[in-house]
Design a protein around this ligand. Sequence first.
Ligand SMILES: Nc1ncnc2c1ncn2[C@@H]1O[C@H](COP(=O)(O)OP(=O)(O)O)[C@@H](O)[C@H]1O
Ligand SMILES: [Mg+2]
Length: 504
Amino acid sequence: MTVAIEMGQTAAGSPAALDLEELLATRLLVQGNSGSGKSHLLRRLLEQSAPWVQQTIIDPEGDFVTLAERFGHLVIEAEDHTERALQVAGERARIHRVSTVLNLEGLDAENQMRRAAAFLNGLFEISRDHWYPMLVVVDEAQLFAPAVAGEVSDEARKASLSAMTNLMCRGRKRGLAGVIATQRLAKLAKNVAAEASNFLMGRTFLDIDMARAADLLGMERRQAEAFRDLERGQFMALGPALSRRPLGLRIGPTDTRPRNATPRLTPLPEASLEDARAVILAAPPPETPARPQRKPQPELLDQLMAAKSAALELRPEPPAPVVSEEELAERRARVERVLRAVLAEPDAGFRAVGVLYQEFVVRCRIEGLGTAVPDLNDFRRMLTRARAGLGGDDAADDAGWQDVSLRASLLPEDMQGVFMMIARAAKDGRPCPSDAAIARAYGSHSLRRAQRLLTYIEDQGLIVCQLDGAGRRIVTLVELAWATAPGDPNADDTTNESLVASSS
Ligand SMILES: Nc1ncnc2c1ncn2[C@@H]1O[C@H](COP(=O)(O)OP(=O)(O)O)[C@@H](O)[C@H]1O
Ligand SMILES: [Mg+2]
């Protein structure tokens, strides 16, 4: 049986196919500078082949975890498991034929290498009964098979290199088909690169890389310049699974998106210069050792608050309103309603601000609010409050609450909603939100992220987290001394329901 995966289109506009069976036997190497579209290419290959073949992805940046929702890959958070556990997980993945993503995000180089090696060894060291075909995709493969020794221990480097060599040189018999991507061939260990017979070469700038790519494709050196002019998503293909002659192709679209998308241009906030000076040039926090201190930093807080109120006083008076107060209030209420409707959509918690804003603008227009639509910055502020479970003018004149808003502004924007949600629970004496609820407010599915986020906010000296005897979490707001009631960190997320309920 031949299974042809459509990777995209050739320059002539015909489908560019990849023969999956052939690929299993002959492996694939992808080279291209950062941003040339390698990860996108791998994603296209994975999506198209998902129905046909078991897969695993060694994912240093957590890019591919989004495959899980659509294609059912099991995401393994490498940092949660020992090497031994990962080796066993690799074995079991083969025995049960489960596609997996090994997420190595957040680990240092040494641990990325060790854990990837353990998992790969598990895939490799399995008895003959389980040698089913499997795609093993390694993104940024130079991290796992570096050409030269780096800063990591010899032991880690040897383990990782040997696992990668096994994959590329000896994996075939065991059904493992290595697909590796790298920014630069020169950075990748030679023996690992040498075993691939299929190549997809993308945009490359350095002469030496272009020359090597041309060599691998059997092109003349003087043609190598062509690699400089490739666009993002354009690759030259060669190999038994792709094409007998070097063939230019453009990779097609994907169904899922990388989680860490390229930053997009967004309008700058409209902070006054005074504001900027006060915030950017406030005295730095005291230097902290490896583990940041958990005590509050009243000095910084005081300064920031002083600076903020000074800035507020200096801000010019807004121009006189042309509409009456009543009209304004009525408009605000309608805008709030639109926002709640947008947020009541399933999965609204996980969509990017830009996407939500577009939807918001469209709905505002439909409501006849065209001229009164808040700009993106105002929208962000409204979103932060709404996700924290706060209404429009709710508690706006409460001094304690204003304190909370100021403290929140010490945090990166995307964390402020979470902080305010917890603050709200603390103020009302309600149970501490669960990890799931925090993750949702943060726009993530990952409970570990939620936990890391709490730790981060705690490290900033804004909150103190404690567990009671029953393992329930209590969060106290530093200085204000508001504390949440004990809440089960593992409870299901009910935030969204309550948000929707309270809005209807
Ligand atoms: N063929 C393509 N079509 C559409 N967008 C692409 C294509 N290739 C890459 N992109 C986009 O370009 C950006 C960089 O691509 P990426 O695959 O992350 O590059 P690399 O992994 O080589 O650094 C991403 O936002 C990606 O979605
Ligand atoms: Mg990439």
